[in-house]
Design a protein around this ligand. Structure first.
Ligand SMILES: Nc1ncnc2c1ncn2[C@@H]1O[C@H](COP(=O)(O)OP(=O)(O)OP(=O)(O)O)[C@@H](O)[C@H]1O
Ligand SMILES: [Mg+2]
Length: 235
């Protein structure tokens, strides 16, 4: 059985470094190059928006950052570590302890209550449990989900799922990755959610924050922006 080194919890505000990062799906003529040799660097604790047309490789980049996928060429390091090179167990621990991910399709476990979904990242971490539970409760209140804790995620509306997914992602330090976090929210809730994401990212021990968005209003909130087109960095 694979074992973990236990050395996977990152220091706050990890630096992200991509060097000729590529991800191709399939082979030959039918292969799709979702990312084509992306090179970039983020400063510690910085907040980034990633924009670009549909199919330009934004979600692919986020999956690589979250160690849910591996590059087909090039290198990606977060906090100086190349997560794709680690054992599956270390990668899983990295995801549980370090990365908060808000997926484009939420990926809540629909049969579990909202409360259990948000507690999921720290199940088995008994020592930190009480602190995390307090934080989980506070986050669910902050995203307006305080009255929904026992409800199964499967019965929630799109916007409620999105807010639940956000609370789950924010439980973890220090890397927060969000794929269209306001995509299913009305304008006013979207502004509240973005305020919350940016406040928490700035207040928690300097989170590194990456937000994918189609919304120019959301992108405009970030000093740093990456614009992708056809798997390449254009700005
Ligand atoms: N698992 C996969 N198998 C085959 N092709 C894939 C896979 N995942 C992504 N792709 C392709 O890679 C390209 C980039 O996809 P990606 O999901 O990263 O785009 P995106 O910028 O997030 O788009 P959107 O704004 O629509 O979410 C697309 O052409 C997509 O069809
Ligand atoms: Mg996407």
């Amino acid at each position: 059985m694979a074992t973990t080194t236990g050395d996977v919890v990152l220091a706050p505000s990890p630096v992200i470094r991509a060097d000729k990062l590529s991800r191709t799906f399939g082979e030959g003529q039918r292969g799709v190059s979702a990312l084509k040799g992306l090179t970039c660097d983020t400063a510690a604790g910085s907040q980034w928006a990633v924009t670009g047309p549909s199919g330009s490789g934004k979600s692919t980049l986020l999956y690589l950052l979250g160690a849910l996928d591996r590059p087909t060429a090039g290198r990606l390091t977060v906090g100086g570590r190349d997560w794709s090179a680690l054992s599956p167990a270390d990668r899983a621990l990295y995801r549980y302890t370090t990365v908060g991910l808000v997926f484009q399709e939420f990926q809540l476990i629909e049969s579990l209550a909202v409360w259990d979904n948000v507690r999921l990242p720290f199940v088995g971490r008994r020592r930190e449990r009480r602190m995390h539970e307090e934080r989980a409760r506070w986050l669910l209140e902050a995203v307006g989900m305080g009255d929904h804790l026992p409800r199964p995620a499967g019965v929630l509306s799109g916007g409620e799922k999105q807010r639940g997914a956000l609370a789950r992602a924010l439980v973890n330090d220090p890397l927060l990755l969000c794929d269209e976090p306001t995509g299913n929210l009305d304008q006013a809730t979207g502004v509240l959610v973005m305020d919350l994401i940016q406040q928490l990212a700035a207040a928690s021990p300097a989170k590194t924050l990456v937000v994918i968005t189609h919304d120019p209003g959301v992108a405009g909130r970030f000093a740093h922006q990456l614009h992708l087109r056809d798997g390449e960095l254009v700005a």
